[in-house]
Write a protein that binds this ligand. Structure first.
Ligand code: ATP
Length: 427
């Protein structure tokens, strides 16, 4: 147990004065109820790294607060004088709560100090309310098993039961015990994220725990949903900038193989580049499709990532068509190419840019230029000009787009002129 500069820590956690007042309220309530409230995990780790100048303050974000006590009653009592809304209550005795402090919303994760019992390999644990010691002992890595007390009896004190501080100093990601990844193989992916994000190394024990996990084939038993979720965190929590390192590290540790997921390592650099290029424009769901499709060695891998059979079949037939297209692309006119591209959803096209690197330029020209060109005349204008609705209008709009891309029409007037001639020709 070490003292910390408590004011400084609270400044790091709570940027706003209201948030600090809010924490003070929590502290007083814990005191009144005789329950111990503390911070643990990311916020403590990041604060200590920040103090060492190894992390900038922006890196700190929302915080988790742990209560050694009855969280439900604690939150009920808190409700009496605070405007709040419980957003989510999990099976693990945790609550996500949104408070309205002077109208400003603040989201806080409240966690019950708990003990975890893992009965089956790679399955979620049973949890039991317990004390802070058990709560720190159930965690993933020593650097995440540090706590700072917000209320008595450890107010303003750093609790370091497992030498987390030492590992933080040494920049090491170290599991708490050698069975850690058998209990919960998602910790491997978490460990990779910390290593890459913080620029740390794996400790000897990390490799040993990995070995034990491989021997027991625990990664194979991890559900598709949990595996996919961990891989999604690489992209959505860590981001494109370090994605390549994350994927490479995962590959080198043979984690993909052990998880029963065959990946196309040679695709990784282009995959990351493509994901960077579409970051602003694509929705998360679209980026996820590009990511997973570009990552797998063959489509059967998508099953391991939780894709439905129907979707896999659809992608397979698209891919087969695309192969035919790919071989004759140089003989096709712009019109024919557009016809092909128009049929494929943009997230699949993007993944095809990774699978067929020779086509990347062509596909990106389509995504960034061709698909953005629109005629000035719209459907309504065409109706006024006497075209029947639906399919016909769609076809005419495509023709007008092609003429624009070919540079044959430039203005709305050109489009009308073109259509007049077109109609005469087709009458
Ligand atoms: P960051 O958000 O910066 O990635 P964090 O440490 O806050 O880091 P969370 O996923 O919010 O990460 O988890 C909070 C804490 O809960 C962790 O620091 C860790 O102590 C514990 N934890 C989370 N997931 C696990 C797990 N699978 N096994 C054991 N402990 C875990």
């Amino acid at each position: 147990v070490y003292p910390v500069d408590f004011e400084d820590f609270l400044d790091f956690v709570a940027k706003e004065e209201e948030t600090k007042e809010f924490l003070d309220r929590l502290r007083k309530l814990a005191k009144k109820r005789g329950e111990f409230l503390y911070f643990a995990g990311g916020v403590v780790r990041d604060y200590l790294l920040f103090k060492k100048g190894k992390l900038n303050p922006q890196s700190s974000k929302d915080f988790d607060i742990v209560l050694e006590g009855n969280l439900e009653k604690f939150l009920q009592e808190l409700n009496e004088d605070l405007n709040k809304e419980i957003l989510f209550k999990s099976q693990f005795l945790t609550y996500k709560v949104r408070f309205f402090l002077d109208g400003e919303p603040l989201e806080v994760d409240f966690i019950t100090a708990r003990r975890e019992v893992y009965e089956e390999i790679a399955q979620l644990p049973k949890v039991f309310p317990s004390n802070f010691m058990d709560d720190l002992l159930r965690r993933d890595f020593t650097i995440n098993a540090l706590a700072i007390g917000l209320s008595a009896p450890y107010e303003g004190l750093l609790l370091d039961l497992l030498d987390g501080l030492k590992d933080l100093e040494a920049s090491l990601v170290k599991p708490l015990h050698l069975n850690s990844f058998v209990e919960d193989p998602t910790r491997i992916f978490r460990g990779i994220r910390y290593k890459v994000r913080l620029g740390f190394d794996f400790s000897e024990e990390f490799y040993q725990a990995l070995e034990v996990c491989y021997q027991k084939e625990a990664l194979k038993k991890l559900s598709s949903a949990r595996l996919a979720n961990e891989l999604k965190l690489y992209l959505f929590k860590e981001g494109e900038e370090i994605l390549l390192k994350l994927l490479e590290t995962t590959y080198q540790l043979e984690v993909f193989k052990e998880a029963g997921l065959e990946v196309a390592r040679e695709n990784f650099p282009l995959l990351c580049e493509v994901l960077k290029e579409v970051k602003e424009e694509f929705s998360p769901k679209e980026r996820e499709k590009v990511y997973f499709l570009g990552m797998v060695e063959s489509l059967s891998g998508l099953e391991r990532l939780g894709f439905s059979e129907v979707e896999i079949t659809r992608i397979e037939s698209l891919l087969n068509n695309f192969r035919g297209f790919y071989h004759k692309i140089n003989t096709l006119s712009l019109k024919e190419k557009l016809e092909w591209f128009d049929k494929v959803r943009r997230e699949y096209l993007c993944a095809f840019a990774v699978i067929f690197p020779e086509l990347k330029e062509e596909i990106f020209r389509y995504l960034k230029v061709y698909s953005k060109v629109r005629p000035e005349l719209n459907g309504e204008d065409l109706k006024k000009l006497g075209f029947r609705s639906g399919k016909e209008i769609g076809e005419i709009l495509k023709i007008l787009r092609l003429k624009r891309l070919e540079g044959k029409v430039k203005t709305k007037e050109d489009e009308i002129e073109f259509l007049k001639k077109f109609l005469v020709k087709n009458e």
